[in-house]
Design a protein around this ligand. Structure first.
Ligand SMILES: NC(=O)c1ccc[n+]([C@@H]2O[C@H](COP(=O)([O-])OP(=O)(O)OC[C@H]3O[C@@H](n4cnc5c(N)ncnc54)[C@H](O)[C@@H]3O)[C@@H](O)[C@H]2O)c1
Length: 328
């Protein structure tokens, strides 16, 4: 990711594992390496720290980084709790640095396109968004002991997408989770979450990391009063619009049927979904925000709203009823 962005020079790396540090040194030619984060911050003059460590470490690393005057690019979830998220936001604001969360899925071409169709008014007023993922996750092993797993480590991406695509913030959250023993982890491996948004839209996510048979991620459907968008995972999205008068398969070459009756307002490349590219774009948005002196799109304050929904989903599961969010 870092090597693809011209403004980025990878100056230094820190990891508790010397094996991982050696690998980073060898692969990316980073000469300055540390096993102690504070020591790295004291010795190096860094503009940005990119925090790619386990989620429970994000808050303390972000706060210390901000106190050293570094802008922060932190992996999702921003933090497991609202208190930790608030400390990060506070430290960034007090030290006048920018904080961006790598909610990279917003930059996946399917979602960029879907969002622009929505914002162009192509499907009218969005009232229902349903997203789903069914996979068997072989890397679950490393998260084996976490009591909170799927929503915190993965479904939070979908939560962010629901909020972003609905152009609204959550009013209430109802969630159910399950542990499927065959996956061999302590936390939840299945989550079903319903979010009611303040503008009346309903968001639904079904996420399963213990699925057998056909696997897919990022499938879904967005319903508007004048049309709909189908997110097809391994195929381009399909748009139906009363306003344009037909089906659209935006900007693809001959492989899929073109039933386009009229081009949409913008042109797009259609690369395969690529999370690394998407993270590069998320990081570029932070650089742009530093240059412009404005908050990045996935700022700490913005992302706190995802954490609020995530925390409410766990609370709803435990209590067995919907959780109403505070209006903020
Ligand atoms: N945005 C995405 O698409 C995406 C994808 C995968 C993971 N993530 C997120 O990235 C983060 C890291 O996930 P992962 O699976 O790579 O985690 P991981 O457990 O593999 O840890 C990543 C690295 O952090 C190091 N580390 C752990 N504790 C440390 C500490 N206290 N100080 C310094 N280094 C430490 C580890 O040695 C390892 O090299 C998580 O927050 C995860 O949710 C995001």
């Amino acid at each position: 990711v870092y090597g693809r962005i011209p403004q980025i020079e990878l100056v230094s790396a820190c990891d508790v594992s010397t094996d991982n540090l050696d690998a980073v040194s060898r692969t990316f030619g980073v000469k300055s390496t540390y096993t102690d984060y504070s020591e790295m911050l004291d010795n190096e003059d860094l503009d940005i720290v990119s925090i790619v460590t386990p989620s429970y470490t994000h808050s303390s690393f972000a706060v210390t980084g901000a106190q050293h005057g570094c802008n922060i690019f932190v992996e999702k979830p921003m933090a497991p709790t609202l208190d930790e998220a608030d400390r990060m936001i506070g430290a960034a604001e007090q030290n006048n640095v920018r904080l961006a969360v790598d909610e990279n899925w917003r930059w996946l071409p399917e979602f960029v396109r879907a969002k622009q169709c929505i914002d162009d008014g192509v499907i009218g007023e969005v009232y229902l968004i349903q997203l789903e993922e069914f996979i068997w996750w072989t890397m679950a092993e490393k998260y084996k002991k976490q009591s909170r797993f799927l929503i915190q480590e993965q479904t939070v991406h979908f939560i962010d997408l629901l909020r972003w695509l609905s152009n609204s913030n959550a009013d209430s959250v109802y969630a159910c989770t399950r542990n499927v023993p065959s996956l061999g982890i302590a936390g939840e491996s299945v989550a079903a979450i319903t979010v009611k948004f303040r503008n009346g839209a309903i968001g639904i996510v079904t996420d399963n990391f213990a699925a057998r048979g056909k696997q897919y991620s990022m499938k879904g459907r967005i319903e508007g009063t004048r049309g709909s968008i189908l997110l097809n995972w391994d195929r381009p999205l399909e748009v139906y619009s009363d306003i344009i008068g037909g089906f659209l398969v935006p900007n693809i070459d001959g492989e899929y049927p073109m039933m386009q009756t009229q081009p949409l307002s913008r042109n797009f490349e259609w690369p395969q979904s690529n999370l690394i590219n998407a993270t590069g774009k998320a990081l570029s948005s932070l650089i742009q925000s530093i240059e412009n002196g404005q908050d990045p799109p996935t700022s700490g304050r913005d992302n706190r709203r995802d954490i609020e929904i995530m925390v409410a989903a766990y609370e709803s599961t435990e209590k067995g009823h919907a959780v109403i969010l505070q209006q903020s």
